[in-house]
Design a protein around this ligand. Structure first.
Ligand code: NAD
Ligand code: ZN
Ligand code: ZN
Length: 344
């Protein structure tokens, strides 16, 4: 089968021919219908040999959907022909966090060598993929896999991040979204769908700001030195209840701190290397900083319900597997609108 692999540190992803995998006991093979390209893929491919821990060669793709194609011995709960999406941040299924569906925070995943598809295990940018347990497969039903595959990360991650701040996003509150890309443009819609907050989006280019407005941001502003004052003006000088930073480089993290109000949340989702000092007088009173990772299994069900009811959609640019390298190029260049989805 064809697969898109990262094969050497510092190299470009390559389309290669590899053996079609067979499902072992308990495993499920999917015929992939769609795979999303995330900025985290670009991030891991930018790491030095010292920092890169995901194995080589790595078949990319941690947002995956497919048709159940073959069942390993002893698998029940899914049938050949089912259209499913893959829950990526897989855990042991048995620890305290996993028992609540929070497999993204499994206590034992590292010790047991469990890694998400595309981030250690072979991913979805291939004609077929193996999923280790039927528990990780959510029924898509009649949701289009190409239009919805990115919800497994670009939907789930902002949903998880926003849900924890909902008690603060009361009527009259304001939320800031920094970075209206793959995750951010879905985050704006989630905020509009599940909170009454006024949403201010920040990004760099006019096209991204236009997209932010189209998907529901009340205000969309250039992410530059004038942004903090502009946000203070829009909030009567108070600042905002929550900042969702999908970039997390030094300028955005400092901007976030500057506009977080007393008691507010600064939520760092982007994998940038920005850092903040802590201290009694170094941050707004009672403010919190969180760095959430992906989301829980039950939250992914909730995200698909937002899609079913039409409240959230993904702006999608579709690429063939043969053309997947150019999807990553556009992601790297920042010229995508929404998410790049690869269809084998
Ligand atoms: P993306 O490239 O699709 O979107 C990033 C957006 O940020 C783009 O629109 C870009 O123009 C904008 N941007 C860049 N610099 C900016 C700045 N200084 N100010 C404002 N906007 C700026 O990326 P994505 O796939 O949406 O991923 C976003 C980030 O989230 C990445 O760092 C990724 O690694 C990370 N991520 C984290 C998790 C998690 O679990 N915490 C999950 C998925 C992705
Ligand atoms: Zn991702
Ligand atoms: Zn666990």
């Amino acid at each position: 089968m064809k697969a898109l692999q990262y094969r050497e540190i510092g190299g470009q992803p390559e389309l290669v021919e590899i053996e079609t995998p067979e499902p072992g006991p308990g495993q499920v093979r999917l015929k992939v219908t769609a795979a999303g390209a995330c900025h985290s893929d670009s991030f891991i491919m930018s790491l030095s040999a010292e920092d890169y821990t995901f194995g080589l060669p790595l078949t990319l793709g941690h947002e995956g959907a497919g048709i159940v194609d073959k069942l390993g011995e002893g698998v029940s709960g899914v049938d050949v022909g089912d259209s499913v999406a893959v829950y990526g941040p897989q855990g042991c299924g048995r620890c305290y966090e996993c028992s609540q569906g929070k497999e993204n925070y499994c206590r034992r995943a590292a010790e047991l060598g469990i890694a998400p598809p595309g981030l250690g295990a072979p991913g979805a940018m291939a004609e077929y993929m193996i999923v280790n347990n039927a528990r990780f497969l959510l029924p898509l039903g009649d949701l289009d896999p190409v239009a919805n595959v990115a919800l497994t990360d670009a939907g789930l991650t902002p949903y998880h991040a926003i849900k924890a701040s909902l008690p603060k996003l009361v009527p009259g509150s304001t939320a800031v979204v920094i970075g209206a890309g793959g995750l951010g443009h879905v985050g704006i819609q989630i905020l509009r769908a599940i909170s009454p907050a006024t949403v201010i989006a920040l990004d760099l280019g006019a096209d991204k700001l236009a997209l932010a407005r189209e998907v529901g941001a009340h205000h969309a502003l250039p992410s530059d030195a004038s942004a903090a004052d502009a946000i203070r003006d829009l909030t009567g000088g108070h600042g905002v209840e929550a900042v969702f930073d999908f970039v997390t480089i030094q300028p955005t993290i400092e901007l976030g701190r500057a506009v977080t109000q007393i008691g507010g949340d600064q939520v760092l989702i982007g994998a940038g290397a920005g850092t903040l000092p802590v201290g009694m007088l170094a941050a707004p009173y009672e403010s919190s900083v969180r760095a959430p990772y992906w989301g829980s299994r039950s939250e992914l069900f909730e995200v698909f319900e937002l899609a079913r009811t039409g409240l959230v959609h993904v702006e999608t640019e579709v690429f063939s597997l043969d053309d997947a390298v150019s999807a990553y190029q556009k992601l790297h260049d920042g010229t995508l609108r929404g998410r790049a989805v690869v269809v084998p």
